[in-house]
Design a protein around this ligand. Structure first.
Ligand code: MLT
Length: 392
């Protein structure tokens, strides 16, 4: 959940800048507002503890002025027995620029000011940390998990998103173990070597399945996640129980597309991610998509690092056409789903994939753009549930 706050003139200094104390106060207000909308502002009091700040590091990225509307997102970075670290990001709504990041370390203390174990209710309020697995190739893969049942389903996010885009599906789909991963370099997945190709991401997913001792899984990928799912289908067929391709395509980039990738790589290298992210935000959603979803997506994109985005752009630029993989899907149940208002990978691309994958089911979701699982979570959840109920 993200919180929007407006900067008022009385919070700014004589030069019109948001002053340092007010910056911290806005971050603090965003934290409490988040609790107010969730477990309640008295969540600590009810548990008999208080979160004492032990260290706070603020990283200012850009000036902020009266009237600016800031979107705050919060994530739990680490959790110990008595302490935890929260990372908050503030993104300016008008240009989607990341303006500041605050990392705060808290210790839970009791009324005698002694550190105490973080109570379960507080852990739940802070949100679960992702699980991580060292893949042994320089990549520590982070993922969220929910549910039980075979075959498990692995969800792969698009560019430049992360595992949190699948939150509604992890909450809603029944009867399967559900795993939403952060691809190499994105979200909470740490990597000492950036992906050189889409195949690298697919091999990471296969390595994760081996580490988790999962012999076969349904692979569900959105957009770039779909490119990875197709690479997985080509390279790790023995591990594939079924394939779900959402808002994606099987074709390679054409010359114009490849030039666009190179231009984005150059811009991100020189100026950072804000420009390309803002340009992408313009094209992502259906007309009716609500502000809350748009804000969540903007905050998620602002979290992606330049390194991860540059690596992914190079990998997407060089990926091959994989319609041939779809023609060879005999015996593998395949679902193809697309938002009717998807402008980045329009429905025609999904229809082409459905023609190639004989027997595939094609679902077109009204009122969704490129991020159908976030824009129309109920419709997409029902389509996935129907599909998964038939997969054994
Ligand atoms: C995505 O959502 O993953 C991107 O739109 C994929 C792409 O740029 O080709």
């Amino acid at each position: 959940m993200s919180i929007r706050l407006i900067v008022y003139p009385d919070e700014c200094d004589a030069y019109g800048h948001l002053n340092q104390a007010s910056y911290l106060a806005l971050f603090e207000r965003a934290r409490w507002e988040l609790l107010r909308r969730g477990p309640g502002i008295d969540v600590f009091e009810r548990a008999g503890v208080w979160p004492a700040v032990r260290r706070a590091t603020i990283d200012y990225q850009a000036g902020v002025w009266p009237g600016d509307e800031l979107i705050f997102s919060t994530e739990l970075v680490t959790r110990g027995r008595t302490s935890f670290t929260l990372r908050q990001r503030a993104v300016r709504d008008s240009d989607q620029l990341l303006v500041a990041t605050l990392e705060s370390v808290f210790v839970c203390i009791n009324s005698k000011e002694h550190p105490v174990a973080i109570p379960d209710s507080v852990i739940a309020a802070l949100g679960a940390e992702p699980r991580t697995v060292d893949l042994g190739n320089g990549v520590t893969m982070a993922f969220d998990e929910a549910g039980q049942g075979d075959p498990p389903v692995v969800f792969l996010h698009g560019y430049p998103f992360d595992r949190t885009m699948w939150r509604a599906q992890l909450d809603g789909i029944k009867g399967h173990r559900l795993i939403a991963v952060d691809l190499r370099g994105f979200g909470a997945s740490a990597s000492s070597n950036p992906a050189a190709s889409i195949d690298d991401y697919a091999d990471d997913v296969a390595a994760l399945l081996s580490k988790l001792e999962i012999p076969r899984a349904v692979i569900a990928g959105l957009s770039m996640g779909g490119y990875v799912a197709l690479a997985f289908a080509e390279r790790h067929r023995d591990k594939l129980a079924a394939l779900a391709l959402l808002d994606t395509r099987a074709g390679a980039d054409d010359d114009k597309g490849r030039q666009g990738r190179d231009a984005s790589i150059a811009t991100i290298g020189a100026e950072g991610t804000a420009g390309p992210n803002a340009a992408m935000m313009e094209k992502l959603f259906a007309e009716a998509t609500v502000a809350e979803v748009r804000e969540r997506v903007a905050a998620m994109m602002a979290r992606a690092t330049p390194e991860a985005m540059i690596a992914a752009l190079g990998a997407m630029r060089d990926r091959p056409d994989r319609h041939g993989v779809l023609r060879d899907m005999a015996g593998i149940p395949t679902l193809i789903l697309v938002g009717t208002e998807d402008r980045l990978t329009p429905p025609e691309m999904s229809r082409l994939m459905a023609e190639a994958a004989v027997g595939a089911e094609l679902v077109e979701v009204e009122g969704a753009g490129h991020l159908a699982p976030m824009e129309r979570p109920a419709t997409v959840g029902e389509a996935l549930q129907r599909f998964l109920d038939l997969v054994v």
